[in-house]
Design a protein around this ligand. Structure first.
Ligand code: NAD
Length: 451
């Protein structure tokens, strides 16, 4: 694709190395989001029925905060970092230069189609890269607005949008990019990594999976239920870090379900399907897939469907087994399987036998149990006594482990992700001791002492 060559050639001139240039790109991104706020909100509503409140808080506000965070620390992050030197390096200066990779490919999914396309681009631009952005074809209106706004604000040798489906993505994956940042499913993540390996292109993979919540018997139940319902039902469950299912101590299971019902009513009323703010399922295929899970157990709450508008009411499933399809695949919808355990150890062992999730949420007051769960299990990130909140702290890296991905971003971690750390040792030429070149016993003695 000609655009990659163009970006790479332009990048070589070195314009993106300066603080002023990078600052301007970030300010331009801010102005672009302000200018296109209304079309973006409309597009998010059209493709996913996101309310203005939800679209603004989970997509636009997040991006504004990320731009501000990068701007506040840009100069410091860009500066070469002096490091100490061992005795063997006496007389030298040693430092790490923060270099952009070059032309970066960003591939985005559909569930937060604006945020997950632009947030990596903010990191890439702050770090001095150029970028090609491939939004998801599943949310075509948002994809179109993203292309239009970027065309209006950026020359294509700095930031370019390429729209299209998997054929286009595969074509892009054959190009000689300097870095690939992919957000999406584990299945496509494997394709991306395979293609990247052919050209040894470094990758960040932000993937998904089944993120569990655990509610122990000492949890503050009304708060736990509200926070789980909130994290589960934002975007109708189509959130990579949504609590996918919950393990509840058997003594409090019935009470938890009661509180969860109350929380759903609080959030979306008694008839969520009639609530205009409740997000729809992105496509008919996903609607059918999620609906089919309703037969995997007993429906303890909701589960009504509106086929015409692709909506599924928040549901709770009980009597589910680990072998049921709903426990085998990422749900990515508003259905919450509630499973029970007797001992915390048992829940931890069940989770640790599965692939490492992107997120884990533990609810309980006892600090020893909190420590036990968070140290025994491997997962991307998570919360104690909350859901999703870790993702909106820019001082925490966001990313997965194992099947849920590799690498991380947000705040300084975005800058680091898109930056190559180039090590430099600057020697002096005033003295050049001979022991370094001689292979005799005396030299060896000196070297042994130094090293
Ligand atoms: P997806 O993997 O189907 O698609 C992501 C991107 O890959 C799209 O741009 C699409 O065009 C492209 N693509 C699809 N099939 C392809 C193929 N065969 N070859 C090359 N490219 C292809 O993911 P999705 O359905 O858009 O998003 C949902 C998934 O993303 C869920 O698994 C979710 O957990 C995950 N996700 C992860 C994060 C995160 O930050 N970790 C955020 C959002 C979503």
């Amino acid at each position: 694709m000609e655009i990659v060559t163009r970006q790479k050639q332009w990048f070589k001139h070195g314009y993106t190395q300066s603080y002023e240039f990078r600052k301007q790109q970030l300010l331009k991104t801010k102005r672009m989001l302000q200018t296109f706020e209304v079309p973006l909100l409309k597009a998010l509503q059209y493709d996913l029925n996101k309310s203005e409140f939800e679209a603004y808080t989970t997509e636009i506000a997040f991006l504004n905060a990320e731009i501000q965070e990068q701007l506040s620390h840009l100069k410091k992050r860009m500066a070469p970092e002096k490091v100490k030197a061992p005795l063997s390096h006496t007389g030298t200066q040693n430092y790490i230069r923060k270099e952009p990779y070059g032309s970066v490919l960003i591939i985005a999914p559909w569930n937060y189609p604006l945020q997950l396309a632009i947030a990596p681009a903010i990191g890439a631009l702050a770090a001095g890269n150029t970028a090609v952005l491939k939004p998801s074809e599943m949310t075509p209106t948002v994809s179109w607005v993203i292309r239009r706004m970027i065309e209006e604000f950026f020359p294509e040798h700095v930031l370019k949008v390429v729209e299209g489906g998997k054929e286009v993505t595969q074509q892009l994956l054959s190009e000689p990019f300097d870095y690939i940042f992919f957000t999406g499913s584990e299945r496509v993540g494997k394709i991306v990594m395979q293609k990247a390996s052919e050209q040894l292109i470094p990758v960040t993979l932000e993937l998904g999976g089944k993120s569990p919540a655990i509610v122990h018997k000492d949890a503050n139940l009304p708060v736990a239920a509200r926070r789980i319902a909130w994290g589960k039902l934002i975007n109708a469950g189509q959130t990579c870090i949504a609590p996918d299912h919950v393990y509840v101590h058997k003594d409090i299971k019935e009470a938890f379900i009661r509180e969860y019902k109350a929380a759903v009513h609080l959030l979306y009323g008694k008839e969520p399907l009639k609530n205009d703010d409740f997000v729809k399922i992105v496509s008919k295929d996903h609607f059918d897939r999620i609906k089919s899970y309703l037969s995997d157990g007993n429906i303890a709450l909701g589960g009504e469907t509106d086929e015409k508008n692709n909506k599924i009411a928040p549901a709770v499933l009980t009597e589910v087994t680990e072998k049921d399809p709903v426990m085998q695949e990422e749900i990515f919808g508003p259905i919450l399987p509630v499973l029970e355990y007797r001992e915390l150890q048992e829940a931890v062992e069940t989770i640790s036998d599965k692939p490492d999730p992107l997120a884990l949420y533990y609810f309980g007051e006892d600090e020893k149990s909190q420590e036990f769960v968070t140290t025994s299990l491997s997962f991307g990130g998570g919360c104690i006594n909350d859901t999703l909140y870790h993702i909106i702290n820019p001082h925490l890296p966001f990313g997965g482990i194992g099947a849920s991905g590799m690498g991380s971003y947000h705040g300084k971690f975005s800058f680091e992700t898109f930056t190559h750390k180039k090590s430099i040792t600057k020697q002096n030429t005033k003295f050049d001791p001979s022991f370094r070149y001689k292979r005799d016993k005396n030299s060896l003695k000196i070297i042994k002492r130094i090293l």
